[in-house]
Design a protein around this ligand. Sequence first.
Ligand code: ADP
Ligand code: RBF
Ligand code: MG
Length: 377
Amino acid sequence: MSVARRLIKCVILDLDGTLLNTDGIVCNVLKVSLGKYGKEWDGRETLKIVGKTPLEAASAVVEDYGLPCSPIEFVSELSPQFSDQWCNIKALPGANRLIKHLKSNGVPMALASNSPRESIDAKISFHDGWKDSFSVLFGGDEVRTGKPSPDIFFEAARRLKIEPSSCLVIEDSLPGVTAGKAAEMEVVAVPSLPKQSHLFTAADEVINSLLDLQLEKWGLPPFADWVERTLPVDPWYIGGPVIKGFGRGSKVLGIPTANLSTKDYSDLLAEHPAGVYFGWAGLSGRGIFKMVMSIGWNPYFNNKEKTIEPWLLHEFTEDFYGEELKLVIVGYIRPEVNFPTLESLIAKIHEDRRVAESALELPMYSSHKDDSYLRSS
Ligand code: ADP
Ligand code: RBF
Ligand code: MG
């Protein structure tokens, strides 16, 4: 095991984009509101608003779209629409696991968010056990200046009675990372927007999702739920007819991947972090097979779209395009990464296959082979 970089005594967490999957909801509200002004929301704007205070975010949108209202008016127009949506925000994968783990190990936790205290309280009220897990909560309206100013982190540390250098900040946004470093804390960035990790050079570590957090690096109690190099996840399901992919799985890698339409499942795909997962695959009329897959942008090929690439661990004598494929995903192996050579990418995928093949023999994973979803049509 690697030596801890620093002895950390507490964890300060950001809320939106770090623990909660707020992005989709923010986008939907903006789409509707801008529509009323005859404007079309361009998803790329999200980059400008993540991690900002509501007023700053509103100013950016009002200016970029030339809206005939002031940022303050825009905020008041949007707030009731946002409030209506708080109940629909899901916890990001790994958020509940992290909170439970730190709590049961007695690691103090603070929540420090740029959103107003009132919305923080409202948002977390929909997540069991969250409120009681934080000894300190701070909203952007409770300090003089929000992130990227370090105020909110200094205040959180002061209230925790722990010196800043012993605090670990977990943040998804650039303003948040800047604030954490300005407070001289250790900062792990978990960028909520795809393909942004190169911008987070100020962070002490950049990870792909909370599933990849290695607490022992910070001298904190390690997660104990990894089993034979795999992390069990709440099973989830996806299925549909097999479609044509980029035509390079078999040709370039010698590894065929039976692609599913991403259009029909964009919400589901957005919910799950990019990475390598495994589970069981049901192919109607042919049987049930072990499966290992990647979800993401395949950095080696730098795809524009997030795709799902399942490799069925079975030798087929023919293609099965158009046939109904059902997947149950039961575990996680690793984040998606880039490789210096095609050979190293191929070698890694074969290693993933071995990990998945052997893990799927464990009762905790093999029991899902009998899931009725795999046989349904
Ligand atoms: P594409 O880019 O169209 O997905 P691939 O080279 O990735 O092409 O090959 C995938 C196709 O190969 C699948 O759609 C399926 O019809 C076929 N195939 C054969 N064996 C397998 C397997 N073991 N796993 C996944 N797909 C397979
Ligand atoms: N592509 C990457 O660029 N990085 C990866 O880490 C990666 N991991 C994969 C793991 C598995 C189990 C599979 C089946 C594929 C993976 N690929 C990865 C995707 C590979 O690039 C993809 O199958 C081809 O792009 C097919 O179009
Ligand atoms: Mg494919």
